[in-house]
Design a protein. Sequence first.
Lengths: 344, 325
Amino acid sequence: MKSDRSPPPLLKVVDLQTHFFTEDGVVRSVDGVTFEIEATKTLGIVGESGCGKSITALSAMRLIQSPGRIVGGEIRFENRDLLKLSEAEMRAVRGNEIAMIFQEPMTSLNPVYTVGFQIGEAIQLHTDLSGREVRARVIEMLRLVGIPSAEQRFDDYPHQMSGGMRQRVMIAMALSCNPKVLIADEPTTALDVTIQAQTLNLMRSLQKEFHTAIILITHDLGVVAEVADDVVVMYMGKIVERASVGTIFDAPNHPYTVGLLRSTPKLEDDHNDRLPEIRGSVPSPFSVLTGCRFHPRCDRATDICRAEEPDLIQSDSTHWVRCWHADGPPLQMQSSAPTVESRP
Amino acid sequence: MSQSADLIEVNDLAKHFPGRSGFSFGASRPLVKAVDGVSFSIERGKTFGLVGESGCGKSTVARLILRLIDATAGTVKFEGADLFAAPRHKMRRMRRNMQIIFQDPFSSLNPRMTVGEIIREPLWVHGTPRGEEQKRVRELLELVGLAAEHASRHPHEFSGGQRQRIGIARALALRPKFVICDEAVAALDVSIQSQILNLLKDMQREFEVAYLFISHNLSVVKYISDVVGVMYLGRLVECADKKRIFAAPNHPYTKALLSAVPSMKPGRARNMIMLEGEIPSPLDPPSGCRFHTRCPMAMPACSKTEPKLREVAPGHVSACLLNDP
Ligand SMILES: Nc1ncnc2c1ncn2[C@@H]1O[C@H](COP(=O)(O)OP(=O)(O)OP(=O)(O)O)[C@@H](O)[C@H]1O
Ligand SMILES: Nc1ncnc2c1ncn2[C@@H]1O[C@H](COP(=O)(O)OP(=O)(O)OP(=O)(O)O)[C@@H](O)[C@H]1O
Ligand code: SF4
Ligand SMILES: [Mg+2]
Ligand SMILES: [Mg+2]
């Protein structure tokens, strides 16, 4: 366990821009993203498929591959700008201080090595423990993530484990070096709800124990409500709203956030009228949109929205919104269905 | 022809697959009891939601009903007629009344066909007059919120939500009375998912089509269903009217499942029933009640006696030994 952490924030992403230079044009996958996170806190990142969540995470790890490139911004981690480090220095940070659970667990576990070997390899890379000590540490980690008979399971191959167990192996691997920041990209999406509940509980208790800062990427608003302290909502490469989890769910302001919350069926709802919809769909990443990127789908849109892009404006100490009409009238979605009832 | 309200009646349906012989050499190959004695019925124009964890047998039930695979045991009746006993020509006629929409809008549409051809194909197969086809394709596209011009385009030119609309247009082309939706909205973004759920409901109102709606998303199932069945390891463990099952679940597994769904209200303490352990393998299902290895309420009898579905309230059945007198 590392001690004497520098004061918060631990990780600060400032105006990050990651673009893909494809034959068909430039995709501005991440286009000026700014957020920060402190130790022991969880930041949730949500948004439509393709809005840039994974690319933001991969950029923070400096794992962007051609034709993609980080073209601007800073990634400040404990007062260093990670974008200025040499590749060798970055390797020492990666896995050791900032670890990531990738979106596809099966592609990130190597099928030809045992899970014990793979976790051990991660530990060996970042410590100078002996072979026996590494093995003991791996078994400890497997036990920590709730894998029964860890000694025997050490020699299992990934395919001999269930999806839930493999996901826990991924968590064990990511946490094996006590990283200060854990980036988890859809860590429970492939899991059943009962196993998801176990996994989220596990991440929470490990976070308490090790004071890990967690960046949790998910499209499941319920998971965000449950585990996040702060939330970033992305749309087409930009942050459209950023706030504490309470504010996002009780007083969302950006039309996209409001639409997302209203159009999600909720277990606590009893009505079955038509669901409110966000009309249309996300434009192609190559399309050139002037003005606010959400305007073709937005019920508040006016002329200025079509002409000029709004900035991300801070409305109070913990709330940022990118919308020309952020203090506009409450939104009427296309339905008479009851809306989020918990608005104050 | 029977005039009962039930369009589909599934009785004691079972499918046992030969297991992969990885572990045991020669001798008896283990059986995967993917579906093991499942019964339920679906009324005309209503939605039956089928939920349960991955591998519990939901898609196998769907494939059995459509006769895409042969059942090991049991019967399925469509409008009172035994589907499994139907001769080929009759089956053909019944099949036009039964369609399926799959999870993956990307792989379930032929990339080489235009959207018009994709929607027209079932019309061809079932001999709709030529002149009428064009008109029907146009109508169907508009019905699902696309434009007539889209008919000449190919699937890759559409977004995921639009492709799912194409799949729905195709499934509805022959005005079926019954459509199976197997994780039909699982791959879609939330904002698109609500559009498709609304579309499915509109189509139901318009054509009185009945749905078997398979999903692992309990909130979606609650929204769209009239009746809900819960499966665990090849068995139906509970089934009731939607309102009833969500308000007063009886089976310990249903209770755990509902309690595990994250609530959309941050900071609210929940009484989560945390299940221990993994989902057992259907190759070697636990004895007695299949849920006993994870059940927080398990009694000694649960590992020995297999519980039967019992009525715990009118129209509400549950298979748990706690309900035994
Ligand atoms: N190798 C690549 N070449 C070109 N464009 C890419 C590449 N990788 C990603 N992109 C584009 O970058 C954008 C953001 O992708 P990203 O993977 O971050 O989305 P996401 O928010 O994680 O979506 P999902 O929820 O589906 O995982 C998308 O428009 C995608 O098409
Ligand atoms: N052709 C097959 N041969 C052998 N086993 C099979 C076959 N098809 C399905 N199974 C097994 O039958 C069980 C039920 O599978 P099924 O696809 O019906 O589950 P499901 O409930 O639809 O799961 P999911 O939610 O993951 O789609 C699984 O254990 C599966 O591995
Ligand atoms: S800026 Fe205009 S178009 Fe964009 S979200 Fe706000 S109101 Fe809608
Ligand atoms: Mg992603
Ligand atoms: Mg399935």
